[in-house]
Write a protein that binds this ligand. Structure first.
Ligand code: UFG
Length: 337
C-alpha cells in the first residue's frame, strides 16, 4: 500500500514517513521545500533502510498536482501535512497562509475524488479549541474563533473536509496536535526552524548551544501554579505513530463515521518553567532565561483528554517529558556538528 505524504520532509512529516515505512507502507513524498531540506529524504532512508519516492513541487499548482495524481492513481491514501505554520507570520501575511494552506487541500481533495482515492489524514491543531472552558479538552469541546489566520486555516480546512465527505466517498481523519517537540532517537531528523525560532523547544536548544543568548519567557503572571502557561507537549515520534494508526483504521474499515477527529496529546500539562527545568536536568546545561511580558495571542493553559484516541485508535503517547527534551538536545547537537 502506498501513501502520499505531503510535507514529508518537514518536522512531523519526516517522522511520520519513518513510522509508515517501518510499518511496511510504501511512501511517496511531495514537498515544495519551502521550509525543509531535500537531504531529509536521505536521512529517512538511513533510518529505515528504504528510500521513499520524492517529488518537489507546490501543491497549490493545480496542473502539477493533477499530473502527479495521474501518475500515482494507485495511492491507498494521503496524509496531508504540507502547510505554512508560523502563527505570527500568518498575522502579517494572511493571504499567503489562506492560499497555501487551503488551495493545496482543495487541489488534493479534487484529485482524490477524480482518482477514487478514499482515505485522507489531515494535520489539524489544538489551536481550534482556543482557550477551552474545561480542561482537559476533549474532541467535543466547542471550536472557538481562531486567534490567527494560521489557526483559521485549520478550522476552515476541517470544514472543507466535512462538506466534501458529505458528498463523496472520501473518508477523513483530522488529528488535532497539541505541542509536538523532540526528535527521532537516531538524531538524524528533527525540527529545523527557519531563522529565529518561534517555539519554545527550539529556542531552548539553540540557547543551550550558544546560538541564542537568552530565552525570553513570555509572562509569569498567568493563573497557573508557577505563573507560566501550560501546554501538552508530546514527543514527535508518538505523534507520528498515531498517523500510522489512523491510516490503518481507515484501510481496515474501522471508522465509525466518514469524518473523525482525534486529539493527539499526552493528557499531561507542563508549564514553561517546568520544561526549562526538565531540559536542565536531562542535559546538565543551565538555560539563561529572563521573564518578560506576555506574548500576544498566547492562551493560558491547555492539555488534552486523549482517552478517545487511546480507546478508538489504540494509540497512546508513551514518551516522557525527559525523553522529549533529551532527544531535542541530541538532534540540535547532531545537526550543528
Ligand atoms: N514560549 C516562551 N518563549 C519562547 C517561545 C515560547 O516563553 O521563546 C512559551 C509560550 O509563551 C507558550 C509556550 O512557550 O506559553 C509554548 O509556545 P510555543 O510557541 O512553543 O507553542 P504554542 O503553544 O504557542 O503554539 C503551538 C504551535 C502552533 C499551534 C499551537 C496550538 O506552534 O502551531 O501550538 O495551540 F497552533
Amino acid at each position: 500500500m502506498k501513501i502520499l505524504v505531503t510535507g514529508g520532509t518537514g518536522y512531523i512529516g519526516s517522522h511520520t514517513v519513518v513510522e509508515l515505512q517501518n510499518a511496511g507502507f510504501d511512501v511517496v513524498i511531495v514537498d515544495a521545500l519551502f521550509n525543509s531540506q531535500k537531504e531529509v529524504v536521505d536521512h529517512i532512508a538511513a533510518i529505515t533502510g528504504k528510500v521513499p519516492e520524492f517529488e518537489a513541487f507546490d501543491l497549490t499548482d493545480n496542473k502539477k498536482t493533477a499530473d502527479f495524481f495521474k501518475r500515482h492513481s494507485d495511492l491507498t491514501g494521503v496524509i496531508h501535512f504540507a502547510a505554512h505554520k508560523a502563527v505570527g507570520e500568518s498575522v502579517q501575511h494572511p493571504i499567503k497562509y489562506y492560499r497555501n494552506n487551503l488551495v493545496s487541500l482543495m487541489n488534493i481533495l479534487e484529485e482524490m475524488n477524480t482518482h477514487g482515492i478514499q482515505h485522507l489524514v489531515f494535520s489539524s491543531s489544538c489551536t481550534v479549541y482556543g482557550q477551552a472552558d474545561r480542561l482537559p479538552v476533549s474532541e467535543s469541546a466547542p471550536i472557538k474563533k481562531a486567534e490567527s489566520p494560521y489557526g483559521n486555516t485549520k478550522q476552515i480546512a476541517e470544514e472543507i473536509i466535512t462538506d466534501t465527505v458529505h458528498v463523496s466517498k472520501l473518508n477523513a481523519i483530522a488529528l488535532r496536535y497539541f505541542n509536538p517537540i523532540g526528535a527521532h532517537e537516531s538524531g538524524l531528523i528533527g525540527e529545523l526552524p527557519n531563522g529565529v525560532p518561534d517555539n519554545l523547544l527550539p529556542y531552548i536548544t539553540q540557547t543551550a548551544y550558544g546560538i541564542r543568548e537568552q530565552l525570553k519567557v513570555f509572562g509569569d503572571d498567568y493563573n497557573t501554579p508557577d505563573g507560566t502557561p501550560i501546554r501538552d507537549y508530546i514527543h514527535v515520534v508518538d505523534l507520528a505513530k498515531a498517523h500510522v494508526k489512523a491510516i490503518q483504521r481507515m484501510v481496515q474499515g474501522q471508522m465509525k463515521q466518514a469524518f473523525e477527529v482525534f486529539n493527539l496529546g499526552t493528557g499531561n500539562g507542563y508549564s514553561v518553567l517546568e520544561v526549562i527545568k526538565a531540559f536542565e536536568k536531562a542535559t546538565g546545561i543551565k538555560i539563561n532565561y529572563k521573564i518578560v511580558g506576555r506574548r500576544e495571542g498566547d492562551i493560558e493553559q491547555i492539555w488534552a483528554d486523549p482517552s478517545y484516541s487511546n480507546r478508538e485508535l489504540g494509540w497512546k503517547a508513551e514518551r516522557s517529558l525527559d525523553e522529549m527534551v533529551a532527544s531535542a538536545w541530541k538532534w540540535e547537537q547532531h545537526y550543528r556538528q
